[in-house]
Design a protein around this ligand. Structure first.
Ligand code: FAD
Length: 384
């Protein structure tokens, strides 16, 4: 006989794992189903590091960060794990460029303080950077690194500890609406759930298609690399901030970004939203040599002392929406089913916030932030 639960969460990346934890700690009956083994490296949430920050090009994300920081603090307090390292963050741009301009107006709108640094001041504080003459920076102290894989593992541990039912190697192969409930079939079990949260990352396109929702999403395989530093001490988190260089085509106009040494013995950096278009099931995990070469050149120009050798490189998936904003919505005609997609390469920091919004949506409670910007219906050409 099928097991009955209140909430079924599909997908154990940072969003689904956060949802399972938040529901379990409220004493709700929740199942989290993951198609692969937990902590696998085929999705978007694994690895050493993700940037978290307030500095954003749109005030809505600053508002979400205002909720995200305390939520992560609660998770850290409950688990005792060191999930976050504050390093400060610097946004780099041409003087008067759109990237810093938009961040300033979002931060001003949300009363978050920051410092505008000219090139000389950047050089004084962070001599590691070799910047073009026409560059400036926006420094915001409340930024840093989330230890990605440990965050996801911790969320799952806490979800279990609070009574959640977690199953890996449990690919959901069929979901059928049965009255107000959902019958969820995996390879090994059948569940009946009152509420459904779909958090399937780069697999969301096909999942949504089954519900008649056809969103213009693209999955890209993004390239990252760790670079050896001449003097590692100069690039440790107490000396060197997370950084973002604006001017690219990616979400928030971000072109390129990087981290202090953390997790591996090198400075991690990557281009943003420049990966080749693929699908979650057909991506090849191959390192893109051309992109690596370009990344190396960028490091040689901007961070010459952290560009000796590439010591490690790999790939990871983005699921991109056309406007690079998230999609958080209900499944049409099914008020008890909600979904998240369109991470566009910047959702990790908001994992618990997105999960909370999904829970508010499915429970028909007032969302913490206005969800209009994340509506699936903004893509007019789609059937929703
Ligand atoms: C290289 C890289 C760098 C990034 N840097 C940052 C950063 O600095 N800051 C930041 O905030 N964000 C960053 N991101 C983005 C962030 O990591 C992602 O937005 C986030 O991890 C997405 O999480 P998710 O839970 O939506 O998806 P995923 O982590 O992909 O999880 C979805 C899960 O659903 C499972 N699933 C799918 N279909 C099924 C099914 N049928 N049955 C059961 N399970 C299923 C999948 O196996 C997967 O485990 C980065 C991403 C990459 C790739």
């Amino acid at each position: 006989m099928a097991e009955k639960i209140e909430y079924c969460v599909v997908g154990a990346g940072v969003v689904g794992s956060s949802a399972a934890y938040l529901l379990a700690r409220e004493g709700k009956s929740v199942a989290l189903l993951e198609q692969f083994e937990f902590a696998h490296d085929r999705g978007s949430s694994h690895g050493e590091s993700r940037i978290t920050r307030y500095a954003y090009d749109h005030p809505l994300y600053v508002r979400m960060a205002k909720r995200g920081f305390p939520l992560w603090s609660e998770i850290i307090a409950e688990s005792g794990e060191e999930l976050y390292i504050q390093t400060g963050g610097i946004d780099l741009d041409e003087i008067g460029g759109k990237g810093i301009r938009d961040c300033r107006s979002s931060l001003d709108a949300e009363n978050i303080s920051y410092e505008l640094l000219d090139r000389a001041e950047i050089k004084k504080r962070f001599p590691q950077f070799e910047l073009p003459n026409n560059y400036e920076g926006l420094y915001q102290a409340d930024a840093g690194i989330l230890n990605a894989s440990l965050c996801v593992k911790t969320l799952q541990t806490l979800a279990r500890k609070n009574g959640g039912h977690l199953a890996d190697k449990a690919a959901v192969i069929k979901i059928e609406a049965e009255g107000d409930e959902f019958a969820i079939t995996t390879k090994t079990q059948k569940l009946i759930a009152k509420k459904l949260l779909l958090c399937a990352g780069s697999w969301m396109g096909p999942v949504l298609h089954g519900w008649g929702v056809d969103l213009p999403l693209t999955v890209t395989q993004e390239q990252w690399a760790f670079f050896e530093a001449k003097d590692s001490a100069a690039f440790m988190p107490n000396k060197f901030p997370i950084f973002i260089e604006h001017g690219g085509e990616g979400s928030g106009g971000i072109g390129w970004y990087g981290f202090p040494i953390f997790g591996r013995n090198g400075v991690k950096s990557a281009f943003h939203q420049t990966g080749k278009v693929t699908t979650a099931d057909t991506r090849d995990f191959e390192v893109d040599e051309k992109q690596l070469h370009e990344l190396h050149e960028r490091m040689q120009k901007f961070l010459p002392d952290a560009s000796t050798n590439i010591i490690h490189a790999g790939t990871c998936l983005y699921t991109n929406s056309p406007d690079t904003h998230f999609v958080i919505d209900r499944i049409p005609d099914h008020n008890n089913a909600v979904f998240f997609t369109g991470c566009s390469g910047h959702a990790f920091k908001f994992g618990p916030v997105i999960a909370e919004l999904l829970i508010q949506l499915v429970d028909r409670k007032q969302p913490t932030v206005d969800l209009k910007m994340f509506s699936a219906r903004r893509f007019s050409a789609i059937k929703v």
